[in-house]
Design a protein around this ligand. Structure first.
Ligand SMILES: C[S@@+](CC[C@H](N)C(=O)[O-])C[C@H]1O[C@@H](n2cnc3c(N)ncnc32)[C@H](O)[C@@H]1O
Length: 255
């Protein structure tokens, strides 16, 4: 069996848990070496960092984890040296959970639709008649706010379940002139049959389940738009290259 096969995460799905286990293994080995060869604390930390880097290199963690794995123990030692009050860490953790908690639970991080994506979505919406639009996973409501300003006849709604983006989006929706609405709601509980257009910018993880929901709930003639992420095995009716920074594509299905 190869080292890579040994270090593949067959039973551990979340990369962050896998990365943490590797860090603990590296620390354990470094402490053992420190005990055997009477290494100083500084050398032990450098050894742990190098071991974590080596393990990550030989494991199936994506390559961009490598600098994170190398920097982890030295960064921790530096923060310890700074002796910040514990509340700083608790505050940091709570903010990260409030923004990115759904990465752990749903595999969907927060990143925002580009202006080009928003413009391309706007190009798909009717200019002269009423319609209802839903952003599933609306983030801080940026896309909704922009479209809301452009379309007199559209009713724009979004659902979001990460607390901090939701609060920001909700405050935006209450500002003067804003007509869009954003609800603190899990998209799996949202009834899609009430909407003419459903927009999703999520991740590869939920796409098959979302497609199943779209097919069960969306009305004939309505539009389902996915930014960047395809539905495996389901060719879209239209693809729009965005030429934005992340070189994304809008995939459009007419139900
Ligand atoms: C990539 S962001 C897109 C934000 C926004 N739609 C935009 O295009 O700028 C995806 C958002 O979906 C949210 N999300 C993930 N799973 C969700 C769920 N089950 N219910 C509601 N929101 C969810 C995440 O918290 C994140 O804010």
């Amino acid at each position: 069996m190869t080292t890579r096969a040994l270090l593949s995460r067959q039973y551990i799905k979340a990369p962050v848990v896998w990365a943490m286990l590797q860090q603990l293994a590296a620390l354990g080995l470094a402490v053992l070496l420190a005990y055997l060869f009477s290494l100083s604390i500084g050398l032990t930390i450098i050894t742990a960092a190098l071991l974590a880097g080596m393990i990550a290199w030989h494991s199936d963690l994506p390559r961009w984890w490598l600098p994170l794995q190398l920097a982890f123990w030295p960064a921790l030692a530096y923060l310890h040296y700074l002796a910040l009050p514990p509340l700083v860490y608790l505050g940091g953790l709570l903010i990260l959970l409030a923004v990115y908690g759904s990465v752990v639970f749903a595999g969907v991080p927060l990143f925002l639709s580009s202006d080009r994506a928003t413009a391309a979505v706007a190009g798909l919406l009717p200019a002269h008649r009423d319609f209802r639009f839903l952003d599933v996973g609306a983030g801080a409501g940026g896309l909704l706010a922009q479209l809301d300003r452009q379309f007199r006849f559209g009713l724009f709604e979004g659902v979001e379940r990460a607390p901090l983006p939701f609060v920001i989006g909700w405050i935006r929706s209450k500002l003067r002139g804003a007509q869009f609405r954003i609800r603190f709601e899990n998209l799996w509980q949202t009834d899609l049959s009430r909407y003419d257009v459903v927009y999703a910018y999520l991740s590869p993880a939920p796409m098959l389940r979302l497609w199943d929901k779209v097919q069960r709930e969306m009305r004939p003639g309505s539009l389902f738009i996915s930014n960047t992420f395809v539905v495996p095995g389901e060719a879209p009716d239209q693809s729009i290259e965005l030429h934005d920074l992340s070189r994304s594509t809008l995939y459009v299905w007419r139900i």
